[in-house]
Design a protein around this ligand. Sequence first.
Ligand SMILES: Cc1ncc(COP(=O)(O)O)c(C=O)c1O
Length: 370
Amino acid sequence: MRKMIAINVPQIGEQEIKAVVKVLKSGVLTAHPGNGPAVKQFEADFSKFTNAKHAIAVNNGTAALHMALLAIGVTSGDEVILPSLTFTATAEAVVLTGAKPVFVDVDPRTYNIDPRKIEDAISAETKVITPVDLYGLPADMQVIREIAQKYDLTVVEDAAQAHGAVYREEPPGCFADMACWSFYATKNMTTGEGGMVTTSRDEYAEKLRCIRMHGEKEGYKSIMVGHNYRMPEIEAAIGCVQLRKLSGFLEKRRRNATLLTERLGGIRRLELPKEPPDRKHSWYLYTVRLRDADAKVRDAVVDELRKRYVGATVYYHTPIHLMPYYRQFGEQHLPETERAAQQVFSLPVHPGLTLEQIDYIASSVKHVIQ
Ligand SMILES: Cc1ncc(COP(=O)(O)O)c(C=O)c1O
């Protein structure tokens, strides 16, 4: 019997299992205050990988975003600019600080926040811009950096989907004040659940470490309100192995994306993902657009593909500004975001796919759409 070709599958092997067992046998599962040896190693490896001076590991990507905004001092009365075509956590972190999310439309070619529309959204209350490297393609960070400098704003890049992406020869985070990462089970590299903030700014790094640990700089002497956002040792041990394997995973993702693009190139109704010349995709998701479709037509295509065991999935059906909870932040019409949410769907591109599966995915898409 055929099995669903899942949109993403964690790539876990013997090395991860051995690393976990080693932690369990060591008896150090977490550390107070500060970090255990596996977390320290993972942070050192990840800061090297991202060319950032500091890497602060946390227990998920949402905590990373929340903590980054808290380190800046974002609070009620402030506004944070972000795209609406993203996972809820990007906006949720803003709301958790008491600030107001202000959504800006996306560029239809990249699905990332459109820098040309950011200035119109800036007010006296704006404190931060949070671009998202959606599907693994970096946002236009140089232009966003220049806007932030002009208005004295801080940039927190949501790089949760962008491990291994490149923007102007640099990893995500290099054009931002802080970058936030997720190691959720479906991501390009995983720790099960997990997150990281990277920054080259010492003052932020110090605050981030403090917030992660109940506001403590020294054990049991809180100097501010914080959280328990620590990463457990088991997760960090998995992270060290996954980071070593990441370049191999990325090569396979790139190969799969290239093959899909070759095979799907001739379908007029389908717009394929592109890599602008100054960027490299991490190929977290291979997201296509069904031209001129509405959500009903697109969903019917996705259903048909799933009936054929191709795990096509929509990211994201409902842009955040249209979600029931988030409507309170103001009625907004974001035409490109709303159009994309009706037309896009993603195809499996993960490193576990065989060439036969890639061929099957491509021929199924051709059969359903043409
Ligand atoms: C764009 C984006 N931001 C934030 C997050 C939140 O990360 P986590 O699920 O690790 O909390 C995710 C991942 O799920 C994401 O895809």
